[in-house]
Design a protein around this ligand. Structure first.
Ligand SMILES: [Zn+2]
Length: 185
């Protein structure tokens, strides 16, 4: 359990109730996720947000990293609520918003703005949910490494709250989403 896909964020782990059945369905519907499960060249650190940037820029497509800033990076969520669900993540392994310094906070804001613009250009969502789940009790799947969610919304998609804790059937696969979004960054 060492990669983007293997550590779902607010995904099936948080879902709990559906248990093994949900897991089976994920494997059935999303076999392409297996491509992200393990990097054989590296020891797992246990934190995908520390590990994935370490794969290096030439493997950003495998890691689903859309953009590397100086202090933060932008990455697609491997267990998205909607196509284009991405996260802005500081490189530093810290759990709380209060742990970020001025430079990280400023860049997090700028990169969130960039992500919203990129999603608008790529897929014209009708709205967005932006936010952080601080702490496991709040639903953070990777509570030890703070991250900002950007979730594009369309009229008629599932309401945000019921989606948390489940994995939806997605109309676009992750690779396709990545290829569509990457040029916008
Ligand atoms: Zn980390």
């Amino acid at each position: 359990m060492s990669s983007n896909a293997a550590t779902p964020d607010e995904g099936p782990v948080a879902g709990g109730g559906a248990g093994g059945r949900l897991d089976d369905l994920q494997r059935l519907w999303t076999p392409w996720r297996m491509a992200y499960v393990a990097d054989p060249d590296r020891e797992s650190t246990g934190c995908p947000f520390c590990e994935l940037p370490g794969w290096g820029p030439d493997r950003d497509a495998d890691a689903l990293i859309l953009h590397r800033g100086e202090r933060v990076f932008t990455i697609l969520n491997a267990f998205p609520y909607n196509p284009g669900h991405l996260m802005i993540v500081p490189y530093r392994h810290v759990p709380d918003l209060a742990d970020l310094d001025e430079g990280e906070l400023a860049e997090l804001g700028r990169e969130t703005q960039r992500a919203v613009g990129a999603l608008r250009a790529a897929s014209g969502p009708h709205g967005f949910n932006l936010g952080m789940n601080l702490g496991g009790i709040a639903g953070a799947g990777i509570a030890e490494h703070v991250h900002q969610h950007v979730v594009p919304r369309w009229g008629g998609d599932t309401n945000f709250m019921p989606v948390i804790g489940q994995t939806k059937v997605l109309p676009q696969m992750l690779e396709e989403t990545y290829e569509r979004l990457a040029p916008q960054f």
